[in-house]
Design a protein around this ligand. Structure first.
Ligand code: HPA
Length: 264
């Protein structure tokens, strides 16, 4: 068992976790709603030391809407230290805690005029626009992970049903991973559009690959904080992302709470 999972169990108890949740920029408040134990990443060997403002580097293990969850209040992005596999140890820990599934969330820019700031988007699929991969260097044949249905069909359907039940629009679309930390140019956004991207962001894809590698079912939801570069007159900035994320966060929380009630 992973060392970090042993520490988590010693502090938060042995009861298996059902689901992991990774919270994106500006979405960290949900971690505070879990009844459970918050463990700083700095106490967990191999966990990243996250330095992005708007993220809360704790793992919270406990109950939300009656379901036992592990909530990652922050992620390390590739652009922080050039490590595409920075979330490998946390996801191995999640697996060792007994989880079957992961829901990753993020803040993203929209390429679709019908998906606006404050809206949510469920990822139907993704494009690895960065060309990076968290499994480079992995030596076992398990590295050849099929990605045909990486975004789990059943999990997505359940999330769509939850969104409908709580009256939140949850359009689906393709997310393109851009390494960052600089934002995209308008020409890059036009290229992503031609390639079939509906939203763009700097995270999530490595975690989806790692989760599939580890045999976790996975789904991901974007909160749209801005229209992508060149699509509106708005200035794109990290400050703006953090300021806008709470708009979608309230909707996301309603969807996730309904989903968790159904799981419990
Ligand atoms: N591009 C990349 N990442 C983002 C964006 C964006 O427009 N908005 C929020 N995260």
């Amino acid at each position: 068992m992973s060392k970090s999972a042993e520490i988590v169990r010693a502090r938060a108890g042995d009861e298996p976790v059902r689901l992991g949740l990774i919270l994106g920029s500006g979405l960290g408040h949900l971690a505070g709603k879990v009844e459970g134990v918050a463990i700083p990443y700095t106490d967990l060997p191999g966990f990243p030391h996250v330095g992005v403002s708007g993220h809360n580097p704790n793992l919270v293990v406990g109950t939300l809407e009656g379901a036992r969850v592990a909530v990652f209040g922050a992620r390390e992005h590739y652009y922080e230290n050039g490590r595409a596999d920075a979330m490998r140890v946390p996801l191995e820990c999640l697996k060792a805690l007994g989880a079957e599934a992961l829901i990753a969330t993020n803040a993203a820019g929209s390429l679709r005029p019908d998906i606006r700031p404050g809206d949510l988007m469920l990822l139907s699929d993704h494009i690895n626009f960065s060309g990076l991969n968290p499994l480079i260097g992995e030596k076992t044949d398990a590295r050849f992970v099929p990605m045909t249905t990486a975004h789990d069909v059943g999990l997505r359907e359940a999330l769509r049903e939850s969104a409908e039940a709580v009256g939140v629009a949850l359009p689906t679309g393709v997310y393109a991973w851009y390494s960052g930390p600089s934002f995209e140019t308008p020409a890059e956004i036009r290229a992503i559009k031609i390639l079939g991207g509906d939203a763009v962001g700097m995270s999530t894809v490595p975690e989806v690959i790692l989760a599939r590698f580890l045999g976790l079912r996975v789904a991901a939801i974007s909160t749209i904080t801005n229209m992508a570069a060149g699509m509106s007159d708005e200035q794109i900035s990290h400050e703006h992302t953090k300021a806008m994320a709470p708009l979608g966060a309230a909707k996301l929380e309603r969807v996730l709470r309904h989903y968790l009630r159904g799981m419990a």
